[in-house]
Design a protein around this ligand. Structure first.
Ligand code: ZN
Ligand code: ZN
Length: 324
């Protein structure tokens, strides 16, 4: 990676924290203020990420005691994973939404109840047995990448101070339930996490016991975002860019096109797994398959809620869907 430490303004520095996935890096941001630094989304906890943070803090002349708070847009491991590491060194509070914290507990505490819930969901939607077994191991592998886990201070919608400026924390569900973006209306800048990304279509997953219709929630919150005035957006992946509102609108169109495509595929009954393979192809890693299948289910849930498709009775324990 070219230089991973990129100053954007007097206050805002982007840190590209490495990821062992095709995404390659997650953007953390340091926001400087008179009371210290805010770290937004510190990254996935790996030895490479630790090394980069040590290098970045040293180059920027920031001591651990200068870190005032760690603020999370959402609970996904590539954003949340280093929060506990930072808290152990700085004693700083880690701020996350209540819905985010609930999912952290479902995913990584104790017996990791989300793993069992997800596997049961995937089995009902036709994922073959061999993939189910691989998926179990894959999900367990994330625990060490988010450990040690921080003590969380709840962050609610409303005002939040990052550095010396007050931002509006706006709940933006869809990519993740409880996702927050931080918007500065005066400067027309936004830290948008993974809600809107340039070039990449953020994953929208159906997860048991989290949100009934995540894609419906996503399309609504994208419409809200498209109405904001934004000159510069700081995303969770790729590079900061200026076309935020247009991109939010483009993502809405993208999902409507995909919904129409899936609806067409269902002129004959198919399981979500079969729709997933037809849409995303056969060459997926287990990591990609997990997100592709959850995303397919999210689309089918919306089509069913809108009365465009219906679910057939279980056949060998698997649901099939067909166009109305
Ligand atoms: Zn995410
Ligand atoms: Zn991410």
């Amino acid at each position: 990676m070219l230089n991973p430490i990129i100053p954007h303004t007097d206050e805002i520095t982007q840190i590209k924290v490495p990821l062992p996935f095709p995404l390659r890096w997650v953007n953390a941001y340091l926001v400087r203020g008179s009371r210290g630094y805010t770290v937004i989304d510190p990254g996935l906890h790996t030895p490479d990420a630790e090394a980069l943070w040590q290098q970045a803090l040293q180059e920027l002349g920031i001591a651990y005691e200068h870190i005032e708070q760690i603020v999370l847009t959402h609970h996904h491991p590539d954003h949340y994973g280093m929060a506990g590491w930072f808290q152990a060194r700085t004693g700083a509070p880690v701020l996350l939404s209540e819905t985010g914290l609930r999912q952290v507990r479902l995913m990584w505490n104790g017996e990791q109840p989300m793993s069992a819930l997800l596997l049961e969901l995937f089995a009902r939607h036709g994922l073959p047995q061999a993939a189910l077994e691989e998926m179990t191991k894959h999900m367990a592998s994330f625990v060490e990448l988010v450990s040690p886990q921080p003590e969380v201070t709840l962050l609610r919608e409303g005002h939040v101070r990052l550095g010396d400026r007050v931002y509006e924390a706006i709940e933006t569900p869809g990519h993740a339930a409880g996702h927050l973006v931080f918007y500065d209306a005066e400067a027309e800048t936004i830290f948008c996490g993974d809600h809107v990304l340039p070039q990449i279509s953020p994953n929208v997953s159906f997860l048991p016991q989290v949100e009934d219709n995540p894609l419906g929630a996503y399309l609504r919150s994208l419409a809200d975002m498209a109405a904001l005035k934004v000159k510069m957006a700081y995303p969770g992946h790729r590079e900061p860019w200026s076309g935020f509102s247009a991109r939010a609108e483009e993502l809405v169109r993208h999902h409507h096109e995909r919904l129409a495509l899936m609806e067409d595929q269902l002129s004959a009954p198919l399981s979500a797994y079969e729709v997933c393979r037809a849409t995303f192809g056969e060459r997926l890693s287990i990591h990609q398959l997990r997100f592709a299948l959850s995303e397919t289910i999210a689309h089918l849930v919306l089509l069913e809620a809108d009365g465009r498709i219906r679910q057939l009775a279980l056949d060998n324990g698997v649901h099939r869907f067909v166009r109305r």
